[in-house]
Design a protein around this ligand. Structure first.
Ligand SMILES: *[C@@H]1O[C@H](CO)[C@@H](O)[C@H](O)[C@H]1NC(C)=O
Ligand SMILES: *[C@@H]1O[C@H](CO)[C@@H](O)[C@H](O)[C@H]1NC(C)=O
Ligand SMILES: *[C@@H]1O[C@H](CO)[C@@H](O)[C@H](O)[C@H]1NC(C)=O
Ligand SMILES: *[C@@H]1O[C@H](CO)[C@@H](O)[C@H](O)[C@H]1NC(C)=O
Ligand SMILES: *[C@@H]1O[C@H](CO)[C@@H](O)[C@H](O)[C@H]1NC(C)=O
Ligand SMILES: *[C@@H]1O[C@H](CO)[C@@H](O)[C@H](O)[C@H]1NC(C)=O
Ligand SMILES: *[C@@H]1O[C@H](CO)[C@@H](O)[C@H](O)[C@H]1NC(C)=O
Ligand SMILES: *[C@@H]1O[C@H](CO)[C@@H](O)[C@H](O)[C@H]1NC(C)=O
Ligand SMILES: *[C@@H]1O[C@H](CO)[C@@H](O)[C@H](O)[C@H]1NC(C)=O
Ligand SMILES: *[C@@H]1O[C@H](CO)[C@@H](O)[C@H](O)[C@H]1NC(C)=O
Ligand SMILES: *[C@@H]1O[C@H](CO)[C@@H](O)[C@H](O)[C@H]1NC(C)=O
Ligand SMILES: *[C@@H]1O[C@H](CO)[C@@H](O)[C@H](O)[C@H]1NC(C)=O
Length: 738
């Protein structure tokens, strides 16, 4: 990938400057320069230690490193801001890298050896990662070496100047003569000075994903993690740090996100001197990774980015970076078909006749893609319910006597309303899973994750295939490609509905995720025209790892529009709304019996890249059926702006009964505001909705009061919305630049 290679050793004191000055190395003082950010660290030339100097708004010079009086219990490394902390040599804080050597000791001294600057960004073999060409990104690789154990580390920093983002990963190369074991591996690590900082993270559960939680970064360590083998519903590999004065739209924010789908760990540790260490990487409970002589270990990548435009500015940088330099799917920049999923209409009660009938009803509503959910497979163990069939991916011959091809042809034979396009067909799979009641499990009981003779704990009656095994990878690749070759399938919903429990070794989890990436890389490369949607009981694997391969992810199994406002706005902290799958489901809602109008449900769902219906058309009320055509038309108008525009969280559902969001189209010519009243009260009055992201001097027409005002008026004065005396009211307001 990289051209212009420059290798510099400690002895060579030449100044090097490439990549439009994005990376400069004055001797071994390294400066990564972005449009509105600098990232500085240097080598202490006497010791070879890497020292952190600055990560924040631009600075021009290296200044003497933070000086801590040599009083207190600790001296030496404990008083330094370290860039890649190892363990065992006077720094008692948590390390980024923790290696156990053959004789049992865990001391490392990874010291500077050389560095190299390249334009562009090398591929991370076998791992999802950000990418870009020479004008988008430059990369600094710093090689460290431990003379005692003959272990080297290569730290890789790739700077994307436009996004104020640094992607970091590292590799460990065992150049010694015995095995080493990596017990802890933080892809990103840095030490902030003694700043007053708050931490934002997301917490939740199934059907309750991505709830924003804020707390103070205090002394000691704060760790959020997943040990599910999932990026998970409970947490997500994302944290943000900010001074307490930062708001949604102003102030400094540092955001951190791991490009990884498995278990993770994110830690802040404030030490006695006030320095704040930040670590983001693999979960150490699932690490213990052995590296043999001559072999290497590659960490996943972490993205760190900086914004002075508040939490919203951080989110927009993540969204743009991920849309342009993470996602590999051609669909990422395309509008998505409006889909209907068969689950709510038919559940497991399916056959070719009932499905084709449902597809016909869907097409009358304006649906463009019909998705056949669970229940279509299994021969000896027909999938009539969730206790059998997973693993046997052949169409149930009772339902589809001639296989899928003629059935899919029947679906394709419908023509999408107001167009000449055929109705598209999509299918649900859960290829990483198996029911004990299946031919696959009878034949290959050793293919599932298990530990010794411990009971194999079931969740939802199913076990997890060990995707770390090459034979399981081959099975999934041939099964899914066989399915895609068997009929005209244009969309796949790839589900995954349980966590990993018994592992034969903690590192099974890491190997599993690498195996999964291998499988998905193969299938997405071979079937680039299939629209892939990730799902893991909702948003259990909504992460940057899978978004590298798949353009969209089901956001939550909870489709209640009020809960969804919290979940979707939480998800948007890191991941773009264009990557979210969101559907209108029936009212009252199956989860909580909330009765929310179809207009409100529609407005919430159309704030996502993939919009659809998850209901039985036969159960629509008269009012709902009458409202559907205009909701479909609105969704089609909004979709291009959701796909390519910028997203603003104007008011958060956690803090106000009047949450609001806004998209601004990529060319700035139009903007759409979604405003909600969740709960009516006599008083107080709704505050004006202050918009963002407009040109203050330009004039915009709005279709709320048909007025034309300047961007400054909308942003500083705001829109005044007259709400009815009722709960769950919503408005969609378009602004058009004059
Ligand atoms: C960021 O940098 C760009 C280019 O240097 C500049 O146009 C823009 O105003 C800066 N934004 C902020 C918030 O400083
Ligand atoms: C590198 O930075 C240090 C301060 O950290 C400074 O004293 C030194 O002069 C710098 N060296 C060069 C070559 O810029
Ligand atoms: C690099 O990619 C950008 C899009 O990210 C494109 O506009 C530009 O032309 C490319 N430059 C080169 C040298 O390929
Ligand atoms: C490591 O070993 C090399 C070669 O023996 C030597 O030049 C270098 O100074 C050593 N580095 C440290 C930090 O001991
Ligand atoms: C260690 O590195 C040297 C020099 O690159 C190489 O010759 C040797 O094979 C390596 N040893 C191992 C165990 O990788
Ligand atoms: C298909 O399913 C429907 C609904 O469950 C049922 O009424 C019908 O008899 C089934 N048809 C066949 C051919 O099995
Ligand atoms: C189809 O066209 C009719 C008549 O122009 C229009 O009312 C309706 O909204 C359109 N529906 C869709 C889904 O495009
Ligand atoms: C699931 O389906 C199987 C096979 O049709 C049937 O024997 C079993 O009773 C069903 N189980 C449940 C819980 O419905
Ligand atoms: C296997 O299927 C039968 C029939 O549905 C069910 O009773 C049993 O619980 C299933 N076994 C497991 C392990 O899921
Ligand atoms: C397609 O649908 C038309 C009616 O709309 C029907 O006449 C025709 O037989 C169908 N073709 C197939 C292949 O099912
Ligand atoms: C995918 O895997 C199949 C089967 O292992 C192999 O033949 C094919 O070359 C692979 N394709 C890609 C694009 O990796
Ligand atoms: C705005 O204009 C539209 C179209 O002419 C009209 O239907 C609507 O009532 C007007 N709204 C207001 C608040 O004047």
């Amino acid at each position: 990938m990289g051209v212009a290679r420059v290798v510099v050793s400690l002895a060579l004191l030449a100044a090097v400057s490439v990549g439009q000055d994005a990376i400069s190395a004055e001797s071994t003082n390294f400066t990564l320069t972005a449009d509105n950010m600098s990232y500085l660290f240097h080598v202490d030339t006497e010791s070879g230690e890497l020292i952190s100097d600055h990560f924040g708004s631009p600075v021009d010079d290296f200044t003497p490193a933070a000086f801590v009086l040599p009083w207190g219990w600790h001296d030496n490394l404990a008083n330094l801001r370290r860039e890649f902390p190892d363990i065992g040599r006077s720094d008692p804080r948590l390390p980024a890298i923790h290696i156990q050597h053959a004789d049992g000791n865990t001391v490392s001294a990874l010291l500077y050896q050389s560095h190299e600057v390249t334009q562009g960004k090398p591929v991370l073999p076998g791992l999802p990662a950000t990418y870009g060409n020479e004008s988008d990104v430059s990369t600094l690789a710093v090689r460290l070496y431990d003379n005692v154990s003959d272990v080297s580390a290569v730290l890789s920093y790739s700077i994307f100047p436009k996004y104020n983002a640094v992607a970091r990963s590292f590799s460990i190369i065992n150049n010694g003569s015995s095995d080493i074991v990596i017990n802890r591996a933080a892809s990103f690590s840095t030490d902030f000075p003694n700043l007053d900082l708050d931490l934002i993270e997301v917490q939740g559960d199934w059907s309750h994903e991505f709830n924003r939680v804020k707390r103070r970064v205090d002394y000691g360590e704060t760790t959020i993690r997943s040990t599910e083998g999932y990026s998970s519903h409970l947490s997500n590999p994302f944290i943000a740090l900010m001074p307490p004065s930062t708001t949604e739209s102003s102030g400094e924010v540092w955001g951190f996100n791991l490009v990884w789908t498995g278990s993770f760990e994110a830690t802040t540790e404030r030490f006695s001197n006030g320095f704040v260490r930040v670590l983001l990487g693999l979960n150490s409970l699932h690490t213990s990774i052995k590296v043999q002589p001559g072999e290497s270990f590659q960490s996943p990548e972490a993205v760190a980015l900086y914004s002075t435009e508040g939490v919203g500015g951080m989110s927009r940088s993540f969204h743009e970076l991920y849309k342009n330099h993470l996602s590999r799917s051609k669909f990422t920049h395309q509008t998505r078909p409006i889909l209907l999923n068969s689950w709510e209409g038919l559940g497991f009660e399916i056959n070719q006749t009932s499905l084709v009938r449902l597809a016909g009803e869907a097409v009358e509503l304006g649906i463009q893609l019909f998705v056949n959910d669970d229940g279509w497979f299994g021969e000896k163990y027909p999938r009539n319910n969730d206790s059998l069939g997973l693993g046997d991916w052949t169409p149930n011959p009772q339902y589809f006597p001639d296989g899928l091809r003629p059935y899919v042809a029947d679906v394709n034979n419908f023509t999408v309303l107001n167009s000449s396009e055929p109705l598209q067909f999509g299918i649900w799979v859960e290829p990483e899973m198996v029911n004990p009641n299946s031919t696959l499990y009878q034949e290959h009981p050793d293919w599932v994750l298990h530990a010794s003779t411990h009971a194999r704990s079931l969740t939802r009656n199913q076990l997890v295939l060990n995707v770390g095994l090459p034979e399981v990878q081959d099975f999934i690749i041939s099964t899914v490609s066989g399915l895609l070759d068997s009929a005209n399938i244009q969309y796949v919903k790839w589900d995954n509905n349980r966590a990993m429990h018994e592992l034969s070794h903690p590192s099974d989890e890491y190997k599993y995720i690498l195996g999964l990436y291998h499988v998905i890389e193969n299938l997405t490369t071979r079937y680039p025209d299939v629209l892939w949607e990730g799902c893991a009981s909702g948003g259990g694997r909504f992460d940057a790892g899978l978004l590298h391969y798949w353009p969209q992810h089901w956001t939550s199994d909870n489709t209640d529009a009020s809960d969804r406002l919290t979940i979707q706005l939480g998800t948007s902290l890191v991941y773009p709304p264009s990557a979210m799958g969101c559907h209108i489901s029936k009212a009252p809602n199956g989860f909580n019996q909330r009765n929310i109008s179809i207009e409100f449900r529609g407005h919430v769902a159309m704030m996502c890249g993939s919009f659809g219906l998850e209901l039985n058309p036969e159960e629509l009320t008269e009012h709902e059926a009458a409202a559907i055509p205009s909701i479909m038309a609105e969704a089609k108008r909004v979709n291009p702006v959701v796909i390519s525009g910028e997203f603003y969280r104007l008011a958060l559902p956690d803090y106000t009964p009047w949450p609001a969001t806004q998209f601004v189209s990529a060319d700035g010519s139009e903007s759409v505001v979604f405003a909600f009243q969740q709960k009516y009260t006599v008083k107080p009055a709704a505050p004006p909705v202050k918009l963002q992201g407009l040109d203050p001097k330009a004039r915009y027409f709005n279709d709320l009061d048909n007025g034309t005002y300047t961007g400054a008026t909308y942003m500083n004065g705001g829109l005044n919305i007259q709400w009815d005396r009722a709960d769950y009211q919503s408005k969609m307001i378009w602004l058009t630049k004059q």
